[in-house]
Design a protein around this ligand. Sequence first.
Ligand code: HEM
Length: 292
Amino acid sequence: MRLSRLFHAPIAAFHDCISPKCDGCINLANRDNSGLDIPINALEAVYKPGGAESEHSARMSRADFWALAGVVGVQVGIETANEDYGADIDDAPIIFRGGRKDCATSPHTTEVYKLPDPHMGSAATFKYFEDTFNFTPYETVALMGGHTLGAATQSILGFNGTWTGPTRSLFQFDGTYHHILLVHDYGWNVTNLGTEEDPRYQWHCTDLAKPETENRDCGFMLDTDISMLVDLTVDDKGKPTCEFFTLAERTCSLNRTNFKQMIKYDSSFTEDSENNFVTDFSASFTKVINRI
Ligand code: HEM
């Protein structure tokens, strides 16, 4: 597995640890796990190549291996940001402990756990993380910066785009996710990429500072991402019931506590923002992956 492809690993580690304990088992029949066959198969090719034992499988459970791969995925993302994009971010202070036990049918399972619904508004999103990981809103806002990595692919879950804009590397881990939510000149429009019966609402970003003749695409967000900044309300289909066109033009109220937190992660406002973000993300991610 090329190291850069490890940007998929944090999502696999996150989904594996949504069960009460991280257990090296993911139910691919659960729609919200769609696409996870890609990181699972890539990790399996190293963990048990062709089904044979390896030095990794001899030493640790699959759940340990996935969690460790998630940590390495973040670290490789930081190295990419530093070496290829001129950032100066310290190593992620994620603490990894071994000792996770795999479920009997690892790497697959038919057990159903409640995965986060991308159509949740703010109250439901923060409640989900409180119920699942005993997280405070602060820990949730930091963790959601995981979406600085990777992209959504329409053929997988119906959403499409990169959270941090189409011109960025998918492998780069830094504070850009929170920065994008705070940019004054970014306009956000909701589009439904699904159908009326099975909607896929997402927020499309337009860089209003650029002339209309140029490509103004600055990425996309899910309801659950927009929920980090404003008190987003949605109807029972996930369609937003308040608007957030720009920070100045919005009918959703700003969450001032989260806003202050996100300013700490944004290089336009705060010196050493990248390290602030990586430190807080690492504390949250440590809690997620160490459910043993
Ligand atoms: C409310 C919580 C969350 C929701 C609703 C959510 C939803 C999604 C969705 C819909 C995708 C696109 C899937 C695809 O098209 O392949 C995605 C991708 C991704 N998510 Fe999340 N996510 C959440 C939290 C997290 C967290 C906490 C992390 C990491 C710590 C994370 C890491 C990722 C990564 C790295 C990808 C990109 C995968 C790739 O490019 O293959 N997500 N997420």
